[in-house]
Design a protein around this ligand. Structure first.
Ligand code: DGY
Length: 326
């Protein structure tokens, strides 16, 4: 009997077409993202799921899908998946590390520069005709904060954090970093979390969202940041307390922020960050270049193809499930 696979979105790349040679593939064609109840209904009887970071693969969904033998997510982060529920069933989870590192580091640095130099505010000012209306230019007109010569704090020194550190070095920045398990990286000074917060003019978040990192940058740690610092988050929204951040930005304790990821996505209209001119906002586009997204889709497809062929996924988040099978 041919296996059944559910793919929750049309995907770019080449490899996704190879899936239909191995299984009956049901692709959600929209409109928009696959709703949770459709995901549950369509997953019934499927052997495999190829999903996005927007699909909540909860314990309940996994338990309601007795035929499921693999999940492949087109994302490096897997906080949308209940990994312990998969482990309990010995189900491998594929993800897409590595290929989005440079693209995401570019996004982090773009947000850092835009926040420091008030690029969104300036864009609105010109676009909305205020420049012409006010006929204004003065020595303090749209003044921002210098990046070169400043100190960058990298919170989480994995591959993306290191790629951001390389960019910072090229901008003449001093680079500090904190990682849960200390790492030696040339040109980067490892410091305690307290030192990182106190000394960084720019703080860029590059941690995975886990039980340990959820809420890591709460009100207390935000208050401990260097006065006038800029916070950049391209990792996951749940790591930063958005209300505390908005308060610190509104009161001028922090200078600005560049935020690509939110606790709730799409971001609700009443999120306090949306009302602040000193926040550069983006809709979770850290890895969004056509080439990177195609590479991610190919990796997700390759993980699914390996699982369908009874092989270990080349990029498996929980490879212990293979060991446990003996
Ligand atoms: C991921 O893959 O986890 C990223 O957040 C996508 O940009």
């Amino acid at each position: 009997m041919r296996k059944k696979i559910l793919v929750t979105h049309t995907l770019p790349g080449e490899r996704i077409h190879a899936l239909s040679e191995l299984a009956d593939v049901n692709v959600w064609l929209g409109p928009g993202l696959m709703p949770a109840d459709s995901l549950r209904e369509e997953l019934a009887g499927c052997h495999g799921l190829v999903c996005l970071l927007t699909d909540q693969v909860s314990r309940e969904l996994i338990e309601a899908s007795p035929d499921l033998t693999f999940v492949s997510s087109m994302s490096v982060g897997v906080d949308h998946v209940d990994v312990s529920a998969l482990n309990a069933r010995g189900i491998p989870l594929g993800h897409t590390p590595g290929v989005l590192v440079e693209t995401t580091a570019d996004t982090a640095f773009a947000l850092l520069l835009a926040a420091a130099r008030r690029i969104s505010e300036a864009d609105c000012f010109v676009r909305q005709g205020a420049w012409r209306r006010e006929n204004r230019w003065s020595p303090d007109f749209f003044t921002g904060k210098d990046v070169s010569g400043a100190t960058l704090g990298v919170l989480g020194l994995g591959a993306i954090g290191q790629a951001v550190a390389r960019r910072a070095a090229a901008f003449g920045m001093r680079v500090l970093a904190w990682n849960r398990s200390p790492r030696e990286v040339p040109g980067v000074t490892a410091v305690s979390l307290e030192e990182l917060l106190a000394e960084s003019d720019f703080l860029s978040v590059h941690l995975a969202l886990t039980d340990e990192t959820r809420g890591l940058l709460g009100a207390g740690r935000i208050a401990a940041m260097k006065p006038g610092a800029v916070l950049v988050n391209t990792a996951r929204g749940g790591i930063v307390d958005e209300h505390a951040l908005a308060e610190a930005l509104g009161q001028g304790q922090l200078y600005a922020a560049g935020i690509d990821v939110f606790e709730e996505e799409p971001v609700p209209a009443d999120n306090p960050l949306l009302a602040l001119p000193n926040v550069v906002l983006a809709p979770h586009i850290g890895s969004a270049t056509a080439a990177t997204r195609a590479r991610m889709a190919d990796m997700a497809a390759n993980n699914a193809i390996a699982a369908l062929n009874g092989e270990a996924m080349p990029h498996c988040f929980n490879p212990e499930v293979y060991r446990d099978r003996g």
